[in-house]
Design a protein around this ligand. Structure first.
Ligand code: GDP
Length: 332
């Protein structure tokens, strides 16, 4: 996974390291002629052992790789953050020649980790917190049609059930033809109750009823689907705001199709600003080698990636682990 992004990052680390090593090599040749001059020889040793990047060198370097990094779905603001991070960590500080590659790689690692390590509770943590209080949690899933929202809800239910958690599904996308049936297909497969109303009904009322059901049956969590027409549709945002106002969900999870590339950023931004989100699931990573959307989504929302979707089956979902993601990107 993420082969394309890995390749672009590796190339960046290697190119910067090579820059450090090559310049020192040239310096070494220049000074090599001065072997019989002890004073210059002293300078020669200092120079060949260390490289000091200037801020401009780092700026120039990023200008040269910016397009490639953007092709891996890294948003421009993420590239800027990476560049500024490298400048504050590296510029004006001598780096030992032999260490250059490791220092540069580790600096990339530190900054990338900062981006993806956003604080926030996981779905099981929220559910368990509410279970202790003796009431079901309500988790609202948001996202465009086709993002993989319904499938993701089913996948997460399947994971939660393995952990002894009892969900109920709320068919609160009352706009799209077939969405209720689609959720019912998953409900039947998983053996879960689906609380539903008619098409066109008030989605807030569906979630309200699902909560009542969960309370009376001592279930742990209401997993609520929601409508997902285009995010530019103002009415959709108004509808979602109403659901949030009425139901006060304990967690709002945005499901985004990673294949939408750089549009991931605008979706994340719209939902964050309009509705407010607590976490993100990025789907279809199995067919997306780019991977930069993970960094972009975290950076823009300042919220954690909870899971990534890695296929169409229920088992195809992975908890997102920031450290292993970054280590996997940069290699050892
Ligand atoms: P919704 O409209 O947002 O509810 O989207 P669906 O859950 O119906 O998913 C749309 C399509 O994407 C379906 O064909 C799913 O099987 C597929 N899908 C969902 N998640 C993934 C994933 O992680 N990987 C792949 N390859 N397909 C996925």
């Amino acid at each position: 996974m993420f082969g394309f992004l890995k390749n672009k990052l590796k190339k960046s680390v290697d190119a910067l390291a090579e820059k450090a090593e090559k310049e020192q090599h040239e310096t070494s040749e220049e000074n090599g002629q001065a072997e019989d001059k002890p004073m210059e020889k002293k300078g020669f040793f200092r120079k060949i052992k260390e490289k000091e990047f200037s801020g401009k060198e780092i700026d120039d370097f990023f200008a040269s790789v910016e397009t490639e990094l953007m092709q891996a779905n890294l948003a421009l603001e993420v590239i800027d953050y990476l560049k500024n991070g490298l400048k504050s960590e590296l510029a004006g500080k001598p780096v030992k020649r032999n260490d250059a590659k490791k220092v540069i790689r580790d600096t990339f690692e530190k900054i990338l980790l900062e981006i993806v390590s956003q604080k926030g509770a996981s779905i099981p943590e929220i559910i368990k917190r509410f279970r202790k209080e003796g009431r079901p949690a309500t988790i609202l899933f948001l996202g465009y049609n086709g993002s993989g929202k319904t499938t993701t809800i089913a996948k997460i239910c399947s994971l939660l059930m393995k952990d002894g958690i009892k969900p109920v599904l709320a068919a609160a996308d009352t706009f799209r033809a077939a969405s209720i049936e689609q959720l019912e297909v998953h409900g039947n497969r998983l053996g879960l109750k689906v609380v539903k109303h008619k098409y066109g009904a008030d989605p807030a009322a569906v979630i309200f009823d699902a909560r009542k059901h969960a309370e009376s049956k001592k279930l742990d969590v209401v997993m609520a689907d929601s409508a997902g027409r285009m995010h530019t549709n103002v009415n959709l945002m108004d509808e979602l705001k109403k659901i949030v106002r009425v139901n006060k969900p304990d967690m709002k999870v945005l499901v985004v199709d990673s294949l939408t590339g750089n549009d991931v950023v605008s979706q994340v931004r719209t939902y964050s600003e309009e509705i407010g989100i607590d976490g993100i699931v990025l789907t279809k990573m199995d067919v997306n080698e780019k991977g930069g959307s993970i960094l972009s989504a975290c950076y823009v929302s300042k919220k954690p990636i909870l899971y990534i979707g890695t296929g169409q089956e229920y088992k195809c979902i992975e908890e997102f682990k920031p450290e292993s993601f970054v280590k996997n990107l940069l290699g050892d």
